[in-house]
Design a protein around this ligand. Structure first.
Ligand code: NAP
Ligand code: MG
Length: 510
């Protein structure tokens, strides 16, 4: 049984053929009708959300052995979208067995050249279905369509293209060494960039010759199952990628399974620590991409309008559901009043609301639990004496929403300056000297990302060398590229994803 999302059923009219007769004998009329047909706009793309999504194991969609399903809701409306299969330990075991069989029988033996062809085909099919996937991503997760359409989906395809290119060149990636695959990788991904995180994990694993069991986050499993359909349609051999959904114990069952060779996790630092403890002494390889509390450092010589725009993007992009979000702003004291004024003015113009509207800047918070977490931390900021500014924008009646906000009067000991809020909330602080800015920026248990805004290249180099963060943007923020490695220091985790470095967790070098 399938149901269509009624809101997307706008009729697709075929444009009438337009003939232009050139007034010269012997020259035929040009027919623009067939040559100039554009793809349908996202608004008129019809998507089908299934009533129920099964597990993807051994190349087939199978009912969970648990017999249980859980509900995924649209966070912008609070309406149920679909029921998602709940995998138990027996389902996890079936998925790992399917991955092992595919590794031993097919994928582990296949030449890199052949593996690359599959990855290219998958990348092409993602591009072809990008609009449908973008709409589903927005409906299930709450992110604005302009982000899922223009940021997430292009990057998802780009990751598959990029790693397709490496599949037959692993020995060039590591000169003088021979790179061999590891085996079966268990991958657990979060809800903030569901398809993008799936691509970051699956593409390098497959390029290096490993097979995969992927566990999506419980609030955003739908697009992973549509990706599974693409794997099927691409003819990817059965069991090379298996996708198991679940809530509660599914992730832990995957981590604890004895036949897994490698675990890759992106999510909270608390769960990352539990996973590190669970795999300790097991011989399983591990990479962790955890939380962050990034500082954006704004120097007085920066182009202020451009910087404010970048800072807004850095914290309000994807509702602040970004591990590398620039959630602390450090402003040089001399320009503080000016920056605050511009920040307030710009925030007043941000549009919060229907994520499927292409004019929306800030969509829905991913879940009620996440909204509660944001509210609790913001309340703590007010209780601890910081001053809160919130955009006065109207919010929709149902759904999970949070106004773009910033705090001033924040001290380093406040919870809002130390803990990851993972929502559209900025903490603004000041500094007098570059040394003080560096000290404040590094004064955190995290080390994922940072930003520097200045007119002087020399300042960028000097500060970047002193900041303890895996990714540092200068005069821009939140820019991603498959060729560029991404990952953290300290409690932000270890291991890199993306670029040549992103191959390393998936190979043994001999
Ligand atoms: P979370 O608790 O970190 O992660 C949930 C995922 O981890 C689920 O798929 C869950 O699956 C699995 N999991 C939980 N316990 C596990 C265990 N012991 N072993 C293996 N897997 C386990 O994320 P959340 O609760 O959705 O978000 C909480 C906070 O995490 C957010 O407020 C935010 O600060 C942070 N976060 C960070 C990122 C990032 O990109 N770094 C992304 C999302 C969230 P099961 O339910 O099946 O166990
Ligand atoms: Mg959902």
């Amino acid at each position: 049984m399938k149901k269509s999302a009624a809101i997307h059923k706008a009729p697709q009219k075929k444009p009438a053929a337009v003939s232009v007769a050139l007034d010269q004998p012997g020259i035929p009329a040009l027919d623009f009708g067939s040559a100039w047909e554009y793809s349908a706009a996202p608004e008129s793309t019809s998507v089908t959300v299934q009533d129920r999504y099964e597990l993807f194991i051994g190349g087939k969609f199978v009912r969970p052995k648990s017999g249980r399903y859980f509900q995924s809701v649209n966070p912008a409306t609070e309406k149920p979208l679909a029921r998602i299969a709940q995998a138990n330990a027996a389902d996890v075991d079936s998925a790992v067995k399917a991955a092992r069989k595919a590794y031993d029988g097919v994928w582990g033996k296949m030449s890199g050249r052949e593996r690359g062809k599959y990855l290219f085909r998958i990348a092409r099919m993602i591009q072809e279905r990008a609009r449908e996937l973008a709409i589903l991503e927005t409906m299930d997760g709450g992110k604005p369509i302009k982000e899922s359409r223009d940021v997430d989906l292009p990057l998802v395809a780009a990751h598959f293209f990029y790693y397709a290119g490496w599949a037959d060149k692993l020995n060039y990636a590591f000169p003088g060494k021979s790179a061999r695959s590891i085996g079966v990788a268990g991958q657990i991904i979060p809800w903030n960039f569901p398809l993008m995180m799936a691509a970051w994990k699956i593409a390098p694993a497959l390029a290096c010759g490993n097979t995969v069991v992927l566990k999506p986050a419980e609030t955003t499993s739908i697009t992973a199952m549509h990706l599974a359909q693409i794997f099927q349609d691409a003819g990817l051999p059965d069991g090379v990628v298996n996708i198991i959904t679940g809530v509660g114990r599914t992730g832990a069952a995957l981590v604890e399974h004895p036949d897994i060779d490698k675990i890759a996790f992106t999510g909270s630092t608390d769960v990352g620590k539990k996973i590190a403890a669970a795999v300790a002494g097991s011989g399983k390889r591990l990479t962790l991409e955890l939380g962050g509390k990034a500082a954006n450092i704004l120097m007085e010589d920066a182009p202020i309008n451009q910087a404010v725009e970048g800072i807004i993007n850095g914290i309000f992009f994807n509702q602040g559901h970004v591990c590398c979000a620039g959630s602390r702003l450090l402003v040089e004291e001399s320009v503080y009043p000016q920056v605050l004024r511009r920040l307030r003015d710009r925030m007043r113009t941000l549009r919060v609301g229907d994520p499927l509207d292409k004019n929306t800047d800030i969509g829905a918070i991913n879940s009620r639990e996440q909204l509660n977490r944001i509210c609790e931390l913001v309340d703590s900021g007010v209780e601890e004496g910081a001053e809160l500014f919130q955009s006065p924008c109207a919010l929709p009646g149902s759904g999970y929403w949070f106004r773009p906000s910033f705090f001033t009067g924040v001290t380093a000991s406040h919870r809002i300056a130390r803990e990851e809020i993972f929502g559209p909330v900025l903490s603004v602080m000041t500094f007098r000297t570059p040394a003080e800015a560096i000290e404040r920026a590094n004064n955190t248990c995290y080390g994922l990302s940072a930003g520097i805004w200045t007119d002087k290249g020399s300042k960028i180099f000097k500060m970047a060398s002193q900041l303890k963060a895996g990714v540092i943007w200068a005069n821009t923020y939140n820019k991603f590229d498959p060729t560029s490695p991404f990952g953290g220091y300290k409690e932000s985790g270890f291991g890199r994803e993306g670029g040549l470095h992103g191959l390393l967790p998936y190979v043994v070098l001999e």
